[in-house]
Design a protein around this ligand. Structure first.
Ligand code: FAD
Length: 489
């Protein structure tokens, strides 16, 4: 089946065709920036935003319809545009034809519900689409991209869909977080949910009022989300959350870092030498010990420097960080807002949420129930569960991804895993590096797939900046401009 963008008989050489794979925040913000940048530079843009589940503007994080699922960052940090930090706050406080988009006054320290943020991203996209016409056009496609191939005729790349294809000058991989494989051998049962981010995966569990016991593997943000949703529909349920260290995310203090209290570590001022993990962690500990109540300010101040520090760190040190320190970094960096933390605390006090330190050893079916064997240093316990959910979040090894597209790109040598296998290897501009080590000039990526390159790259403040930079690069790309017959070249 041919898609709308293929229907023309002669390719329009005055227009750039960009296919974006993934309609989450990364893909959406890239589409917005391409449409804006194309209009500003007089470059005609045809943008195809392709999402396999039709979650355009939402992706995994913002497709929840649960208003108790709050953003884990304050509104002042979540604008779609890094050069307009109050954009989200203005949107939230301005009444449209249907009234106020959110039912509260929003300041820069408000934690908005994630469904509201999804509406915001969709509206930002719709507005960019409107303003870019007629030179810029956006097509939202619901389809899975299963392969990307070089194209001998016409535009440079062929994007192969489950049921057709489209051709594009440039492809952006905005495929987001790849869910982790469950760290246990699961019996085949409809009561074992291996990917809670899959659309509709939780429908059975959340639609079942008589649930008494749920085991979730993992104690991170995904588990917090799940515990909030499950206990709100099944008030008598007990949720058991199991992880090796039993560490829950820390509480967001609800403030933005104080601009007058920047934190400066000596290691930041050196820009050429390698960054050693021991030195960095020693300096960070010293900065926090000097000001323990402001630990959040210290981490926020460090955050913009993380990509640069990470790039200068030897691979062996990065591996040591991932093995020994990453889990402590994550629980202090990716926080839960105070209302969510209070809810979690109340659930724990009421015995509805029980945290277990240990590993899932085995899972067996026993009639309608599941028996989950959890082994810790001290003992082994057997938990009876109506449902078992893998809440371990995103994968830490991209080579075992379930994504047919990523597997195919690696197989064909068009992409390769980064040295730490956290994501896709790419240049600092986000150009995907092929199996020979050559950065592509037609295949780019941003956001979570760049974890190996930048480490801090999965949240909106990083994604919005990368999307803007990528759009500038694509719309100003000299090679693409030369392909247009009206160019001076
Ligand atoms: C539960 C949760 C809560 C979060 N909360 C926050 C927050 O409050 N603040 C913050 O800054 N960050 C938050 N994050 C971080 C989050 O990673 C980013 O904010 C952002 O949503 C990432 O968007 P993305 O588009 O890169 O990835 P995703 O949201 O994962 O979107 C990728 C999309 O690509 C689609 N896709 C993948 N492969 C293909 C294919 N082959 N063909 C077609 N489509 C494909 C997927 O279906 C998916 O819809 C949260 C993350 C999660 C998981």
């Amino acid at each position: 089946m041919l898609r709308p963008m293929d229907r023309r008989s002669e390719p329009d050489r005055r227009t750039l065709t960009v296919a974006i794979v993934g309609g989450g925040a990364s893909g959406t913000l890239t589409a917005v920036q391409l449409l804006r940048s194309g209009a500003a530079r007089g470059v005609g843009m045809r943008v195809a935003l392709i999402d396999q589940y039709g979650r355009h503007g939402l992706g995994v994080a913002y497709s929840t319809d649960h208003d108790d699922h709050l953003l884990n960052a304050v509104a002042g940090q979540m604008s779609a545009f890094h050069d307009d930090p109050d954009h989200l706050i203005r949107w939230a406080n301005t009444a449209g034809p249907g009234g106020r988009p959110v039912d509260q006054d929003v300041t820069d320290t408000t934690f908005l519900p994630r469904p509201a943020y999804g509406r915001y991203l969709r509206e930002v996209l719709a507005e960019a689409e409107q303003e870019a016409r007629p030179g810029g056009q956006l097509t939202r496609l619901t389809a899975e991209v299963i392969a990307i191939r070089p194209n001998d005729t016409g535009p440079a790349v062929r994007v192969v869909l489950g049921d057709g294809h489209l051709d594009a000058d440039v492809v952006v991989l905005a495929t987001g977080n790849t869910p982790a494989a469950p760290p246990f051998d699961a019996p085949s049962s409809s009561r074992v949910i291996t990917d809670p981010w899959h659309p509709g995966a939780l429908a059975g569990l959340l639609g079942c009022a008589g649930v008494r016991s749920v085991v979730i593997v993992g104690t991170g943000l995904t588990t917090v989300d799940l515990a909030v949703a499950i206990t709100s529909v099944s008030p008598r349920v007990v949720v058991h959350a199991v992880s090796r260290h039993g560490l829950l995310p820390r509480t967001h203090p609800g403030t933005r870092p104080h601009p007058d209290r920047p934190v400066w570590l000596p290691v930041i001022s050196r820009t050429t030498e390698p960054v050693r993990l021991t030195e960095l962690s020693w300096q960070l500990r010293a900065a926090i010990s000097a000001n323990p109540e402001n630990w959040h300010d210290v981490l926020c101040s460090l955050r913009p420097y993380v990509p640069g520090l990470w790039r200068r760190m030897p691979t062996a040190d990065k591996r040591a960080f991932l093995r020994h320190l990453a889990r402590y970094w994550e629980i202090h960096r990716h926080l839960v807002p105070a209302p969510t933390a209070s809810r979690v605390a109340a659930l724990r006090v009421g015995g509805q949420l029980v945290i277990h330190r240990g590993r899932v050893q085995a899972v067996r079916s026993a009639g309608e129930q599941l028996r989950v064997l959890v082994e810790s240093d001290a003992d082994t316990v057997e938990l009876q569960a109506d449902w078992l959910v893998n809440g371990t979040g995103s994968t830490t090894d991209v080579t075992v991804t379930a994504s047919p597209l990523l597997r195919e790109l690696f197989r064909a040598g068009l992409a390769r895993p980064d040295p730490l296998r956290l994501g896709i290897d790419a240049s600092v501009q986000g150009a995907v590096v092929d199996s020979t080590g050559t950065p592509s000039d037609v295949l780019y990526t941003l956001g979570p797939p760049l974890r190996g390159l930048w480490y801090e790259t999965t949240a909106i403040p990083e994604i919005r900046q990368q999307a803007a930079a990528l759009a500038q690069l694509i719309t100003s790309d000299a090679r693409l401009a030369q392909r247009r017959p009206d160019s001076a070249a």
